[in-house]
Design a protein around this ligand. Structure first.
Ligand code: RP5
Length: 163
């Protein structure tokens, strides 16, 4: 199975990024985790993106806050799918990172999840790998069914309480 790269602009992003790492692990997906900055270590970030396909990665997840250009920098250096996590790390409540990550120019896509949406980033990466991996696809389906059962139980509880 291909690996997933999880890169973040700073170790201060780790409390959010850990949710993606844990989710990938729970599906048995190998995650390689790095701190790479589009601004502070641009040469290392570019080299990582350029070598990602030949180094066995299938997807790159990139998390950054503030002027969050890391996902875009990854996308510039590879044709692997790149998923951006805008991290809420500033006085602008993460809107700065959201716009910096999502507003990519035509031809250079970044699949951007919600502000701090690390779990969805991991699930999207798993869904991409599951296109060619039926075992992963089965695990995703089982998780959907468990989630459905959980919500149906809550619905019954609310029905009993207020109706
Ligand atoms: C971004 O700047 C990082 O992704 C982080 O979210 C933010 C702040 O970084 P630190 O100053 O905490 O290292 O590049």
């Amino acid at each position: 199975m291909k690996k997933v790269a999880v890169v973040m602009g700073s170790d201060s992003d780790l409390p959010i990024v850990e949710k993606a790492i844990n989710c990938l692990k729970s599906y048995g997906v190998t995650a390689e985790v790095r701190v790479l900055s589009a601004h502070r270590t641009p040469a290392e970030a570019a080299a990582f993106a350029a070598g990602a396909r030949e180094n066995g990665f299938g997807v790159i997840i990139a998390a950054a806050g503030k002027a969050a250009h890391l996902a875009g920098a990854m996308a510039a250096g590879t044709t692997l799918p790149v998923i951006g996590i805008p991290v809420k790390s500033s006085t602008l409540d993460g809107l700065d990172a959201l716009l910096s990550t999502v507003q990519m120019p035509s031809g250079m896509p970044v699949a951007t999840v919600a502000i701090d949406g690390a779990e969805n980033a991991a699930l999207l990466a798993i869904q991409i790998l599951a296109v060619t991996d039926t075992e992963l696809a089965d695990k995703l389906q089982a998780a959907r069914e468990a989630n459905r059962a959980k919500i149906l139980k809550k619905d019954r509880e609310i029905l009993d309480k207020y109706n």
